[in-house]
Design a protein around this ligand. Structure first.
Ligand SMILES: Cc1ncc(COP(=O)(O)O)c(C=O)c1O
Length: 440
């Protein structure tokens, strides 16, 4: 079947996420037929370097034999069994593995609650935090969220989000929250990251001083507000958020959906600040980019507040049909073990440094307003020159065999974590040429 025929069938029957269908076909979408390593192959036989790791999920690459084998073996044993009233070995092993690599410090994450994707884990964490407050003696109905935050698309997650374009429409439907200014939004030409963080900390302090007793949790994307355009910020903000949450008896939720599982060069972005949240959310790269699975890691303190006689109804009445699906868990377990065996974190650190060197000259280009990076999570922001400049740069890169996706006019660079140094050069080379084509 030709690409045009696939696209006609797609347009006739499919509604895509985050997609304006009036321009869907004229934007010439890719029909991906297969993938291998860091490369996607389309129905015309062309190949593209997967510069956004299939929306920030791929760790070792597409079709990694060890993960393929783990899923196949699991398929031969158990496809699915409910996690309500029964359990299974692979989900137990995965919980143990996850806890063994959880951030360490002044508290211990000791329990794993599984969910399906990033949004559903955020939803679980929000409900957990509120119920924890109720069961600890004082109902705290408020959440503190950051402006520019993105935590997913379900209504609880939208409630703690802060990207107007995505979230404003739903305002009448949302939970009660307090918006704290993002430590990541500042004039980078004239203000230091540390000063921007200090100002945001003062604002958070004031919010907590006034409302802290009613706040269940402060929720943050640690170190990088990803969906807002890979907005990086100073670690001092996270340390202060940890301290302020504790001072006011609120929880700190770190949403590591985008930043976790090695993306920033550490296993968890929270580690850059040396803090441990009360609830840590992981998804995306957890299964190596294969299957949907997420988890909320909780401290003993949070978990303990849910214990009691069944009649007390302290149970966490929350879960999904496919919670802890064994195939997903097998992929995640293989991915985490492989990360250790192959020292993927060591590679990510080196690869991040290499991206830093390669991207530095782009920052000096006219039309490029900022280059930001932490680990293998970067953005090249371009000035708006006419409509959809970021999109046009990505289309120009695509012609050169590199698949990128913008967030507004920020070109996101989030390739598979195991990308080779040569592939990093191919990626940035194509982006460089694409920038020349579009912005001169
Ligand atoms: C920080 C963060 N939280 C939550 C989500 C939502 O995850 P999902 O799309 O898997 O629901 C995302 C998605 O990009 C994210 O970046």
């Amino acid at each position: 079947m030709s690409t045009a025929e696939w696209l006609a069938r797609d347009a006739a029957s499919v509604w895509h996420p985050f997609t304006q269908h009036s321009v869907w076909l004229s934007d010439e979408p890719t029909v991906v037929e297969r993938a291998e390593g860091a490369w996607l192959y389309d129905t015309d036989g062309r190949r593209y370097l997967d510069g956004v790791s299939s929306l920030w999920v791929t760790t070792f690459g597409h079709g990694e034999p060890a993960i393929n084998d783990a899923i196949r073996e699991q398929l031969g044993r158990l496809d699915h069994a409910t996690f309500l009233g029964s359990t299974h070995p692979v989900a137990i092993e995965l919980a143990e593995e996850l806890l063994s690599v959880a951030p360490r410090g002044d508290r211990r994450l000791s329990k794993v609650f599984y969910a399906g994707d990033g949004s559903s884990a955020v939803e679980a964490a929000i409900k957990m935090a509120y119920q924890h407050s109720v069961q600890s003696g004082r109902a705290r109905p408020l959440f503190v969220r950051l402006t520019e935050a993105y935590h997913g698309d379900t209504l609880g997650a939208v409630s703690v989000g802060g990207i107007d374009l995505f979230h404003a429409t739903y305002k009448p439907l949302l939970l009660k929250t307090l918006a704290a200014p993002s430590p990541a939004v500042y004039d980078r030409a004239s203000v230091s990251a540390a000063d921007a963080a200090a100002e945001a900390i003062r604002a958070l302090d004031a919010i907590m001083a006034e409302h802290g007793d009613d706040v269940s949790a402060i929720i943050v994307e640690p170190m990088v507000q990803a969906a807002a355009g890979i907005l990086t910020y100073d670690a001092s903000y996270l340390k202060a958020a940890r301290e302020l949450a504790d001072r006011h008896g609120a929880l700190l939720i770190c949403d590591e959906v985008a930043t976790g599982v090695g993306r920033t060069g550490r296993m968890w972005a929270s580690e850059h600040a040396g803090i441990v949240p009360d609830l840590l959310i992981t998804a995306k790269g957890l299964t190596g980019g294969y299957l949907p699975l997420s988890a909320v890691l909780a401290t003993d303190d949070v978990y303990a507040s849910f214990l009691g006689a069944p009649a007390e109804a302290r149970t966490f009445f929350h879960g999904h049909t496919y919670t802890a699906n064994p195939l997903c868990a097998a992929a995640a377990l293989a991915n985490l073990r492989l990360m250790r065996e192959r020292d993927l974190l060591g590679h990510v650190s080196a690869l991040g440094e290499r991206f830093g060197e390669l991207l530095a000259p782009l920052a000096a280009r006219p039309g490029v307003t900022n280059v930001r990076r932490l680990g293998v999570m970067a953005a090249v922001e371009v000035a708006a020159l006419g409509e959809r400049t970021g999109f046009r740069v990505c289309q120009a890169a695509k012609k050169r065999g590199v698949w990128l996706r913008p967030l507004g006019d920020a070109i996101v660079i989030m390739p598979p974590l195991a990308l080779s140094m040569d592939e990093a050069e191919i990626l940035v080379g194509a982006l460089d040429e694409a920038l020349s084509e579009v912005i001169g």
